[in-house]
Design a protein around this ligand. Structure first.
Ligand code: THU
Length: 135
């Protein structure tokens, strides 16, 4: 499918802009909105390692800043042995806006894997309160 390849190409391209002098592990992500727009993100590290932002969250935050918060899918590209999957923190952030989204994972060898977010983040956290709950 064309959009599938567009997303992969955009993720691969933005990966070149990653700032990863500590891990030497650049990652690129391309997020597809419900309207068909694409927002990209790359990982940005810091000398204070914990301040690092992953490519997926960078893409989500760029889209949010542009007023978009409905997403259909995200492509992720890194130089890994197996196609990379999003880290746990990014899975939870993706779930916040798009629990029903597809994740296209690819490595530089061209190996691909298509996953649904629900497969890789079962029993995601939600803050929904039940007013008749037990506590
Ligand atoms: N990283 C991402 O950008 N996305 C992920 O899903 C996992 C990890 C980045 C963070 C860090 O800059 C580097 O990869 C190594 O962990």
């Amino acid at each position: 499918m064309e959009i599938y390849n567009d997303l992969l190409q955009r993720a691969k391209k933005v990966r070149e802009r990653a700032y990863a002098p500590y891990s030497h592990f650049p990652v690129g992500a391309a997020l597809l909105t419900a309207e068909g727009e694409i927002f990209t993100g790359c990982n940005v590290e810091n000398a204070s390692f914990g301040l690092t932002i992953c490519a997926e969250r960078a893409a989500v935050f760029a889209a949010l800043a542009a007023g978009k918060k409905q997403f259909k899918g995200i492509a992720l590209v890194a130089d890994t042995v197996e196609p990379p999957t999003p880290c746990g923190a990014c899975r939870q952030v993706l779930h916040e806006f798009a629990p029903d989204m597809w994740i296209i994972c690819a490595n530089l060898k061209g190996q691909k894997r298509l996953l649904h977010l629900s497969q890789i983040l079962p029993a995601a956290f939600t803050a929904k309160k039940d007013k008749d709950g037990p506590f």
